[in-house]
Design a protein around this ligand. Structure first.
Ligand SMILES: [Mg+2]
Length: 285
């Protein structure tokens, strides 16, 4: 499995494009299976795979993705500077950042799953990280944002749902990408990297940070990165999630900053993938 993984970003991009073309050809070829139910199911699988390829291509190639990420970081940095100028903090200031698809670009993993016709599984995720940490790259503008925030005297804290089993691999990735120092990562009291322990709920980790720091901004690609208000049982449907976002309308771009991720996330959990036509009606916004 590992020898099929691409070795460089350039070749991986070429391979993604080749795969996309192949997937589109596959999807347009008439299905020969005589069983309509099987054919429909196969068509659905191909459609979903095409959707992921398209989303992956958008992240890997589009200037719009890069612009959106940089826009988010620019606005967040301006807010951080404003907060520091106002000097309202009673404790040292901190910014909380998620890692995956907020700071770290793991699109290589999605490509790995596609090429090997695999579904996401924690085992694949761990193996890919351990065997190909060099394929983890940066979300555009992330490092510049982190350096600029640190220049303001603000602590960056990474709160990630990577499991503790990936701690060493993640530590090496952060060092290679110049996102943290050995000293910060070696010191358990430095609160630099808070990984998932017994729960994916990040609230207790946010509380721990808030006890020591004034948290002046949070950045993430998943609503779960911002507040408990976006989790079950308060939130149990697509409409619940969107309503919860609206009920915190003043926070977006002021205290909370979202990075785009069309590949995966909690948003996919509430979709009925067998009946996606139901979502094609004009949204009520
Ligand atoms: Mg993330």
């Amino acid at each position: 499995m590992t020898n099929t993984v691409i070795k460089t970003t350039k070749t991986s991009l070429m391979a993604v494009i080749a795969y996309a073309i192949g997937a589109l050809v596959l999807f347009t070829v008439p299905v020969s299976d005589p069983n309509p139910a099987t054919a429909a199911a196969e068509a659905r699988v191909e459609l979903d795979r095409n959707s992921i390829v398209r989303a992956l291509l958008w992240m890997r190639t589009s200037g719009e993705y890069e612009a959106l990420c940089r826009q988010t970081f620019n606005v967040a940095l301006e807010q951080v500077r404003n907060e520091m100028k106002a000097k309202k903090q009673r404790k040292p200031a901190a910014v909380i950042m998620d890692l995956d698809e907020t700071v770290l670009d793991n699109s290589g993993y999605s490509f790995f799953l596609l090429r090997n016709r695999l579904k996401h599984h924690e085992t694949h995720w761990h193996n890919w990280n351990r065997e190909h940490p060099e394929q983890v790259s940066l979300v555009p503008g992330a490092r510049q944002f982190i350096k600029a925030v640190e220049n303001e005297g603000v602590r960056i804290v990474f709160v990630s749902n990577r499991s503790n089993a990936l701690r060493d691999t993640t530590r090496k990735i952060l060092l290679r990408l110049d996102l943290a120092t050995e000293a910060e990562l070696a010191d358990p009291t430095a609160m630099k990297l808070l990984l998932r322990q017994d729960t994916s709920n990040k609230q207790s980790r946010r509380d721990t940070i808030a006890a020591r720091y004034d948290v002046i901004a949070l950045l993430g690609d998943n609503l779960n990165d911002f507040a408990d208000a976006f989790r079950s049982p308060a939130v149990n449907s697509i409409e619940d999630r969107r309503a919860a976002v609206r009920s915190h309308a003043e926070k977006w771009g002021a205290h909370w900053f979202v990075l785009p991720n069309p590949i995966y996330g909690y948003w996919t959990r509430y979709i009925d993938w067998q009946k996606t036509e139901q979502y094609f009606e004009r949204p009520n916004r």
